[in-house]
Design a protein around this ligand. Structure first.
Ligand code: COA
Length: 260
């Protein structure tokens, strides 16, 4: 697929998706959503990729939401198709076998905040702004915001953000537990790559099992989650990388994980 609205690169086992519509503040139109969806398919089929970074082009925005220009003429049925595609793409990020880092370099509004919420980790520039402003457009979040935001920041904070549509700054997002770290805008991508590289060096099947256990367990009662973890750790113990990790420790050297 030829990409028009995104830039997709793979370097040193790290895939980077850059939403590239800076004149529209990287708003997500159907074409952009298709292209991101296609990237996920490529990433899924490339076992050499160990971590993904998603960010926005330009200095102003990560993603300023779904594209209002495209949505203004959409019928309810067309919006339903668009929302289902968006939900599917975000769910695919969540269910990738490898971690996804959102590097939020500016406005993350509506679908921007919702996409970040579907990522494993969120790094923010000090210029980042988060919000679900859909209520100001007479609608409500449609890419999972009413579900993922309360789970992440708690009911009271999520209700206030969704009912008012107000934005929060990066420091507030950090205090809400919505982002892992806040960095000066100029160093955000370097920090994101450094974190991605650290994750990429770990045992791939271990990361896969850890992600599966965290994501499944958070939706389960504790006993079910603990059982899930026991199965996952058993699978991790059956890998060559387990032998390599423990042998390397005892031999006082760095492990060389092969994802086997
Ligand atoms: N969809 C379509 N176009 C968008 C957009 C979106 N979600 N967000 C920004 N744009 C466009 C603007 O219309 C503007 O286009 P123009 O140059 O043709 O006028 C351009 O991007 C630059 O944005 P602008 O509004 O001029 O920048 P600003 O600094 O004054 O304000 C925001 C920035 C993010 C506060 C403002 O653009 C905004 O509120 N955007 C909408 C956010 C939103 O409601 N998202 C949820 C959608 S469901």
């Amino acid at each position: 697929m030829d990409y028009i609205n995104i830039i997709f690169t793979v370097d040193d086992a790290i895939a980077t998706i850059t939403v590239n519509r800076p004149d529209r503040l990287n708003a997500l139109n159907p074409q952009t959503m298709e292209e991101i969806g296609h990237c996920i398919d490529v990433i899924r089929s490339d076992q050499t990729i160990r971590c993904v970074i998603i960010t926005g082009a330009g200095e102003k925005a990560f993603i300023a939401g779904a594209d209002i220009t495209s949505m203004v003429t959409m019928s309810g049925f067309e919006e339903k198709v668009f929302a289902e595609r968006g939900l599917g793409v975000l769910r695919a990020f969540e269910q990738l076998r490898i971690p996804v880092i959102a590097a939020v370099n500016g406005y993350a509004l509506g679908g921007g905040t919702e996409l970040a919420l579907a990522c494993d980790l969120i790094l923010a520039a000090d210029t980042a702004r988060f919000g679900l402003p859909e209520i100001k457009l007479g609608i409500i979040p449609g890419f999972g915001g009413t579900q993922r935001l309360p789970r992440r920041v708690g009911l009271l904070r999520a209700r206030e953000m969704i009912y008012t549509g107000d934005m929060i700054d990066a420091a507030t997002a950090f205090s809400y537990g919505l982002v892992n770290h806040v960095y000066p805008a100029a160093s955000l991508m370097q920090e994101a790559r450094s974190l991605a590289a650290k994750i990429a060096r770990q045992a791939p099947l271990g990361i896969l099992q850890a992600k599966a256990a965290i994501n499944a367990g958070i939706e389960m009662d504790l006993d079910s989650g603990l059982r899930f973890e026991t199965e996952a750790v058993g699978l991790a113990f059956s890998t060559d990388d387990k032998k390599e990790g423990m042998t390397a420790f005892l031999e006082k050297r760095d492990p060389k994980f092969r994802g086997e």
